[in-house]
Design a protein around this ligand. Structure first.
Ligand code: 9MG
Length: 258
């Protein structure tokens, strides 16, 4: 899954794809490099970020979605029912909701009625405050319990279980240690019986584990290491900025791992 942030303020690529022409070109390049789907989002979810209005989110993503329709499978990264509805009408196939259907009570119905795929992600707190001292007794079990409950909620509201994938939410209310433990113990999430999506690409925990305690991003080399580790432990979808390099690294890992 290639990342297209149509935002001015995402940490590692803020502004790069803010203009529709650039976002479309990036998405088509990612497709050509081997992305199975591109995840288009108009609201940054980086730690400390503020929410944007529906109108602003639509203004950012609609011109991109219009031009990608029929060109590449698209996921819409949003927690807002109105944005998801418009994206799905333009052909988006998956709704990537970092709030796991908790932010907008109408979103569950929009996804159910459309028959779209859905990604349910774990987040402790909200982006503005989530990195303020997150604590867990057992991070893997607590994240799994949350995702199990959100999966049940989605299915009860008419979303087919086969259409749902789960995501530990790397960096969303977690310390560096929590993030790496979640990958080490991915089996706890896989036990829920759904495909797991992992988004470690360029995240600050990578820079921090490499020795910079104030890092806000991580390098490509470290992103590749994390993606291969997640793949080895059973992740099905890797959400990444650098598609070509990840496709190559994962092709080699796949050649080793049957
Ligand atoms: C939008 N977004 C930013 N990071 C993400 C992650 O790790 N997973 C998913 N599903 N979405 C993310």
């Amino acid at each position: 899954m290639g990342i297209i942030n149509v935002t001015p303020d995402s940490f590692s690529d803020g502004g790069v794809n803010l203009h529709a022409d650039d976002a479309v070109a990036s998405a088509l390049r990612m497709r050509d490099e081997g992305a199975a789907i591109v995840d288009v989002g108009g609201e940054s979810t980086r730690p400390g970020s503020d929410a944007v209005s529906i109108d602003e989110e639509l203004r950012r993503v609609l011109p991109v979605l219009e031009r990608l329709a029929g060109e590449v499978p698209v996921s819409i990264d949003t927690a807002k029912a109105d944005v998801a509805r418009r994206a799905l009408s333009l052909g988006a196939e998956l709704v990537n909701d970092v709030t796991a259907l908790r932010a907008d009570p109408e979103l569950v119905e929009v996804v159910a009625e459309s028959g779209a795929y859905l990604c349910l992600m774990h987040m402790r707190g909200e982006p503005r405050t989530m990195q303020a001292n997150p604590r867990y007794d057992d991070v893997a079990s607590e994240v799994a319990a949350f995702l199990e409950q959100r999966l049940a909620f989605a299915v009860e509201h008419g979303i087919a279980e086969e259409r749902i994938c789960l995501d530990p939410g790397i960096g969303f209310g977690k310390t560096v240690e929590h993030n790496f433990e979640l990958i080490a113990r991915l089996d706890v999430l896989l036990a829920l019986g759904r495909p797991v999506l992992v988004g470690f690409s360029r995240k600050s925990s990578l820079g921090r584990v490499l020795g910079d305690p104030r890092a806000t991003t991580g390098p490509l080399s470290a992103s590749l290491g994390a993606a291969v580790a997640a793949y080895e432990r059973g992740a099905t979808i890797l959400r990444v900025h650098d598609v070509k390099e990840h496709v190559e690294a994962l092709a080699v890992a796949a050649a080793v791992i049957p």
